[in-house]
Design a protein around this ligand. Structure first.
Ligand code: 6PG
Length: 242
C-alpha cells in the first residue's frame, strides 16, 4: 500500500495525472491498450477536469484506453446524478477516446438488468488474468464518509458477493438502487486508487488508518493483488502520519 499526501487538490491531481500516464503507458506496452475504471463523486470529478485541461492529460494516448465505471446510479445516462454523465461532461467529451471504448453501466435499465449486462461486459471486454477474473489496469475509487467505495456501502449484501463481477444493490440509507462492481474485480486489478480530499473525510481516514479493523468499513476490504495507492490532500490526511 502506498500513501501520497499532497498539500491541496491541484497538487493531488497533478501527482495522480502523472501516475496515470505511467500506468497507461505500462498497460499499452504489455497488452496494447489500457483498461481503467472511473469513479463517481466530486473528488474524482476534480481529477477528470484536470486531465481534460492539463498538458499531462493531453499526453495520454486516449485512443488506446478503454473506460469503465466502478458504479452507477439507477438513472438514465443524461441524468445529472449519472456517473457516466459526470465523467463525460468533465473528461470524456474533451479527449480523443474511441466512443466504442467507453463502457458505461446502463442505468436506464432495471438495476438487475443493468448489473447482468455489465457483468457480461466485464467478462468479455476486460482482459482476464490467469484466475479468470477481469484484470483492470487501474480502478479509481472515491471514499464516502461512511467508508463506502464505488457502491459498496456498509451493511449491504453486495459486500459478500464473491461470484459476480457487477451486481445490483439496494442502498437503504439512500432509498435507491445502485449498480456496482464487486470486490473480486477490485482486488484483481493491477492498480487501485483511493482518491480522497477534504476535511469532511478526515474522520473516516483517521478511523481506517489509525484504528484499522478488517472489514469494519468497505474501504478496508480493498486488498488488491496489484498496488493500492491512497491519494490524500492534507485536509483529509490531517490525523494520519505522512
Ligand atoms: C458515487 C461514487 C462514490 C464516490 C464517493 C466519494 O457513485 O457517488 O462512486 O463511491 O466516489 O462517495 O464521493 P465524493 O468524492 O463526492 O465525496
Amino acid at each position: 500500500m502506498r500513501k501520497k499526501i499532497l498539500k491541496n487538490m491541484e497538487a493531488l491531481c497533478a501527482e495522480a495525472a502523472y501516475d496515470l500516464t505511467r500506468i497507461i503507458s505500462t498497460a499499452i506496452d504489455h497488452r496494447g491498450e489500457a483498461h481503467i475504471f472511473l469513479a463517481g463523486g466530486s473528488t474524482p470529478r476534480r481529477l477528470y477536469k484536470y486531465l481534460a485541461t492539463s498538458n499531462v492529460g493531453r499526453t495520454i494516448p486516449w485512443g488506446k484506453v478503454h473506460i469503465y465505471f466502478g458504479d452507477e446510479r439507477n438513472v438514465p445516462s443524461d441524468d445529472p446524478d449519472c456517473n457516466y454523465n459526470m465523467a463525460n461532461q468533465s473528461l470524456l467529451k474533451w479527449i480523443s477516446v474511441d466512443p466504442t471504448h467507453i463502457h458505461r453501466i446502463q442505468g436506464e435499465l432495471s438495476a438487475e438488468e443493468a448489473a447482468e449486462a455489465y457483468n457480461n461486459k466485464l467478462k468479455y471486454c476486460v482482459p482476464s488474468s490467469a484466475n479468470g477474473l477481469p484484470n483492470a489496469d487501474l480502478i479509481i475509487l472515491g471514499l464516502g464518509p461512511d467508508g463506502h467505495v464505488a457502491s459498496l456501502f456498509p451493511d449491504t449484501d453486495i459486500l459478500d458477493n464473491t461470484t459476480d463481477y457487477a451486481a445490483a444493490v439496494w442502498v437503504e440509507k439512500l432509498k435507491t438502487n445502485r449498480i456496482s462492481i464487486t470486490y473480486p474485480v477490485i482486488n484483481n486489478a493491477e492498480n487501485v486508487w483511493l482518491f480522497v480530499s477534504g476535511e469532511e473525510k478526515r474522520e473516516i481516514v483517521d478511523k481506517i488508518f489509525n484504528y484499522h479493523t478488517p472489514g469494519r468499513y468497505p474501504a478496508e476490504r480493498i486488498d488488491p493483488q496489484g498496488i493500492l495507492t491512497w491519494y490524500l490532500d492534507e485536509a483529509a490526511a490531517y490525523r494520519i502520519d505522512r
